[in-house]
Design a protein around this ligand. Sequence first.
Ligand code: ADP
Ligand code: MG
Length: 244
Amino acid sequence: ATPTAVMVGTGKGAELGILIKKSESLERAGDITTVVLDKTGTITRGQPAVTRVYLYHFKDEDDLIRLAASVEKGSEHPLGEAITAEANARGLSLSEPLGFNAIAGHGVKAEVENKQILVGNRRLMEKEGIDLSGAKDDLKILENQANTVLLVAIDDQLAGMIGVADTIKEGSRKAIENLHNMDLEVVMVTGDNHRTASAIGKEVGVDSILAEVLPGEKAAQVKKLQSEGRVVAMVGDGINDAPA
Ligand code: ADP
Ligand code: MG
């Protein structure tokens, strides 16, 4: 009766908005030991908003937001949208960026008003040789408060940082509790940094966290868990979260 069960299951899934690509996936569902959840857009809403702005060697908060948003308007990342939304809310008018470049898992860069602007995480700044020593303490505080921090450098100098926070979906904690009741291990995976990831992971009660994972590395992380004997179900919000 397996084919019938699979057919009914696939049909029922489709009714609920769940697409099943291969019937083997459904047949193996009973063997799952581990559920891997993407952070942004799966555990959280995926609609981050600006919470705080810090300035370093730079005078004007609106100016910093304006320059950062002028770069981010070329980005499709929710973090970029958070910055352009903030610029809008402040009534700032943006400039046209030149040579826009998005670096997956790192951030964005472009030239704005003859200035070289970088917006991204610690990894991006380190790659570009930007000195972060002045910001380290503030950075820790924001990350411990579950903020994702966007560092902003202007002409090779750290100019400021923008704290951005996403809200946890209402049902996330309960969903993870339900998975635990089914004796499943729950792992969170994210490109975000360890501190922010662990602040969110603790709130929802996941068993472990894989942080600072580049988009192209997520599948390899799942393979690693499988090679350790786990049967893994991966849950993500986007096409880029699914294996090829
Ligand atoms: P996730 O989907 O888990 O949030 P991503 O790979 O999309 O992971 O992003 C990882 C990190 O890369 C972000 O937390 C951020 O630090 C940085 N980043 C990515 N895109 C941008 C962007 N447009 N502006 C600033 N930082 C970004
Ligand atoms: Mg994502």
